[in-house]
Design a protein around this ligand. Structure first.
Ligand code: MTE
Ligand code: MO
Length: 170
């Protein structure tokens, strides 16, 4: 083997490691119960073609508190959870629309632009308390209604999916 060949082999190996390592670092495997599964046109996966998130993984993404009234809650509530666009970035989503599906098989099509134009969060807690399934958790798509009252319309209300379990990138 020539020195040149060995150098070349080394360069190629390092490039391959960088790609594989980068991918693995970008999305570790879930350790706890899976709250959210992202499917479809995504670059970063951790189980087959899917990106599965447990609670810790969702908490590691950029979080946001949204203090708002909603049609489904009494009074103003402070919701917390990852920004929708942080989830899209974590999975390397490429598309224009998402199919957001709930535990009860309710599903809504949501433009990906909504997550960039507004600080939409996947709320995991309300007033500091973890959203249980009976509280419309584990994840509730919350738009910042109080900041942008024009969002309070039927279209956005249908996109406000609660008990979210899956997002398919289309
Ligand atoms: N999980 C889940 N989220 C959902 C729904 C649903 O049936 N299940 N209904 C949607 C629709 S169509 C609207 S208008 C709003 C308000 O529903 P409500 O009128 O039942 O309160 O929630 C949305 N989010
Ligand atoms: Mo609706």
């Amino acid at each position: 083997m020539s020195v040149q060949f060995v150098k070349h082999l080394f360069t190629v190996s390092m490039a391959l490691l960088a790609v594989l390592g980068g991918r693995a670092l970008a999305l570790e495997a879930p350790q706890g119960p899976v709250l959210l599964t992202v499917t479809g046109n995504i670059a970063n996966t951790n189980v087959g073609n899917e990106a599965r998130f447990d609670r810790q993984m969702l908490l590691a993404l950029t979080q946001r508190d949204t203090a708002t009234h909603t049609p489904w809650h009494d009074g103003r509530v402070v919701f917390s959870g990852p920004l929708g666009r942080a989830v899209l970035e974590a999975v390397g989503a490429q598309g224009t629309r998402m199919r957001v599906t709930a535990l009860n098989d309710y599903a809504a099509t949501v433009p990906m632009a909504d997550f960039y134009e507004h600080d939409v969060i996947l709320a995991m807690s309300a007033d500091g308390r973890r959203l249980r399934i009976r509280d419309q958790g584990p994840l509730f798509v919350i738009y910042p209604f109080d900041e942008a009252p024009e969002l309070l319309n039927e279209t956005v209300m249908t996109r406000s999916v609660w008990q979210v379990t899956q997002i398919d990138i289309e």
